[in-house]
Design a protein around this ligand. Structure first.
Ligand code: DX5
Ligand code: ZN
Length: 220
């Protein structure tokens, strides 16, 4: 089995206290910090970019799992690398032509490449990126339409996770959107091991309990 990585989505944190919110999540048992970068174009929302990642990096050595919801991910590789991003996950919908170059540059900047897909994108579209000679190291299956926290989990997406897990037993498979105590079991049993959770963790009175419950579900 692939190890669980619980990644609170900092999109649901108090951005004005990002460093303390990050250390609070790490104290609560988070493995990764999920950072949602949006450009107001690929998705109808605008969040943070490399300057904010760079500021946060000064306060933590944690793995920063960056999810690039942007139309031109190639433009972000260099700044995100400099800023101290750990993982760089781009969307397949905007990378059909240049994913090989993207993956190469991400690795050259010392980051771990991942590919994400929106709910409407068929899972077959990521196969070439996993099977090539320069493969991505994680697939992020979106379980809501990207853009906003607090949306409802789409259980129909679990078929994508099951198919991926069957085909790639050791691949990191991440799910993002609507994950929490009531949806973790279906995601974990489908085969997801990297769990992004924003509102369910930040909205909890005891985030540590939510994180450990989700970890248990994946590890079981
Ligand atoms: C949505 C983002 C998610 C979001 C998840 O576009 O990619 O990471 O923060 O938030 P919840 O867990 O509240 O659905
Ligand atoms: Zn995300």
């Amino acid at each position: 089995v692939v190890a669980a990585k619980i990644a609170p989505s900092m999109l649901s944190s108090d951005f004005s206290n990002l460093a303390s919110e990050a250390s609070r999540m790490l104290r609560c048992g988070a493995d990764w910090l999920h950072m949602d970068v949006m450009d107001g174009h690929f998705v109808p929302n605008l969040t943070i970019g490399a300057p904010v990642i760079e500021s946060l990096r000064k306060h933590t050595t944690a793995y920063l799992d960056c999810h690039l919801m942007v139309t031109n991910p190639l433009d972000y590789v260099e700044p995100m690398g400099k800023a101290g991003a750990s993982g760089f996950t781009f969307h397949v919908e905007v990378s059909k032509e240049n994913w090989q170059e993207l993956v190469q540059k991400i690795k050259a900047k010392g980051m771990r490449p991942g590919v994400a897909l929106k709910p409407g994108t068929p899972i077959e579209e990521v196969y070439p990126l996993i099977e090539g000679e320069n493969p991505v190291e994680m697939v992020l299956v979106m379980t809501v339409e990207p853009g906003f926290g607090g949306q409802k989990f789409m259980p129909e997406m679990m078929e994508k996770v099951r198919v991926l897990r069957k085909k790639y037993p050791t691949l990191d498979i991440e799910v993002d959107g609507g994950l929490g105590p009531s949806t973790i079991d279906v995601a974990a049993s489908a085969g997801a091991n990297c769990i992004v959770a924003g509102s369910s963790v930040f909205g909890a009175s005891e985030p540590a309990q939510v994180i450990s419950l989700m970890r248990k579900s994946v590890d079981e």
